[in-house]
Design a protein around this ligand. Sequence first.
Ligand code: FBP
Length: 559
Amino acid sequence: MKSPSKKSNVSALQAARSEYQPKLPKVLAGNPSKVALKLGKPTRPLRDQAAIENLFQNTYGQPEAFFVSGKAPASMKKTIKVAMVLSGGQAPGGHNVAAGLFDGLKKLNKKNQLIGYLGGPSGLVENKKMEITDNLLVGYRNTGGFDIIGSGRTKLETAEQFESVKSNLLKEGVSALVVVGGDDSNTNAAVLAEYFKAHNDPLRVIGCPKTIDGDLKNGQIEVSFGFDTATKVYAELAGNVGRDCLSAKKYWHFMKVMGRSASHIALEVALKAHPNICLISEEVAANQWTLDQIVEQVAQAVTDRAAKKMNYGVVLVPEGLLEFIPEVKKLIGELNDLLAHNAEFEKLETAQEKIDFVKYQLGEESKKAFYSLPHSIQVQLLADRDPHGNVQVSKIETEKLLMEAVDLKLRHWKREGKYDGKFSAQGHFFGYEGRCADPSNFDADYCYSLGFTAAYLVAAGLTGYLSSVRDLLKPAAQWRVGGVPLTMMMNMERRHGKDKPVIQKALVDLEGKPFRTLAALRGTWVVEDDYTSPGPIQFWGPSEVADAVPETLRLERGK
Ligand code: FBP
């Protein structure tokens, strides 16, 4: 293999890291002719079974699949050409999925080929592609980013798009497509798999569970790739800021962390860095806390610490918080329905015109919620939805909203003699900083195995499955690999004003061990400083450091 160190933009660390050979489960590391496919019992989704069965008549109910030691079917050796696409937001380890898929295909048959479609799902429609070769992969192995072939968020939904994808893949001689994506992208994968099967097309579709958000998990999928690395990066930053607090003792730091709807990232970072406060959106929704109640809780913590002369602190804010505050959730729901494909609204140019447009159409309660928000947040709530109908929460400055609202409340309390302290706040948003980091050892190994497993699923002729690697707390050699039927993870949700089948997002389980651990510790963190410095990701060194798994995973799956 050529060394990437010859390239001028490769750091010394990347050059050394490119030599890392990701670990593989024993069953995949051995001779492929000794890998048998074992199928389990028929499956069904946890919710909305009838609706999902009706929409996925050809792929519904498929059994779970496992690769075990045994005799491989002769068909596994057949020469195949496979396509792959990276979809949605970047997540550390995507390049190792490509490497694993490529190496898996070549191990099965040297003549197998891998074609990468460029810029996400739109590349499939527009037929933009390149061959992924061993040479190309040099320099991408064990690196972060999706730049090898790029990514995008185009939603494939029209029959016209499906037909273009089909004809482009068939013309290229491709027999299977691997979609590397999150819940929305794998919903795309499920719909495509169903479409191809319903039309008797010789095309198969396999997904890989990607997303830093950590919300693509369930009984079968233990964690999505990228979560480990991204949270390690954010936890390092949160730990550093905690140290800054202890040193300067003058700021309250409000840190919004990515994660879209679910608060898994905030929770994981809190478990690692021990901030004074960590808001969890799911808890807000469960307790039906209003925005004002949340502001009061934070202001109370500031007041209690001020009484101990601690006019500083760290507050972690999950990116999707606003969507979980009941009155704002209702408002967003109404706005989504109102703005979905609304030609009149789309013509409006200025922020004020947009605000005026919705003002007369919102219900009383939502109107009140809308006007209780600062102008900047009103504008942000009216911004374009993403192609899957989601509010783009990364563009909503929730940390600033809270900083301002807490400041206002404290001024009020000061006048009433309830608070005596100094409040100076700094806002941070940690999101993009972690999405393209070089993958941790855990993600490097996990992604490589996911890609390798996808190659075997494709070769086994399966379609409508998500590549799955389980028992992740065990050494990689003992990981169990196979596929989980995509329809098993689906439910019906309202998107763009319509009920649509989508892969169910996993939210933080308030009864689960990770949240209960936070709940048991956070009381102490509010009044005493317990900031921890997890430090930068380590690729070499003691295994408890270099090979550490996410805390959430350890708590959820540990004995
Ligand atoms: P995916 O769900 O596609 O993995 O995206 C993750 C994410 O990083 C979210 O945490 C964030 O809200 C969103 O992408 C930001 O999207 P964009 O990259 O379009 O700004």
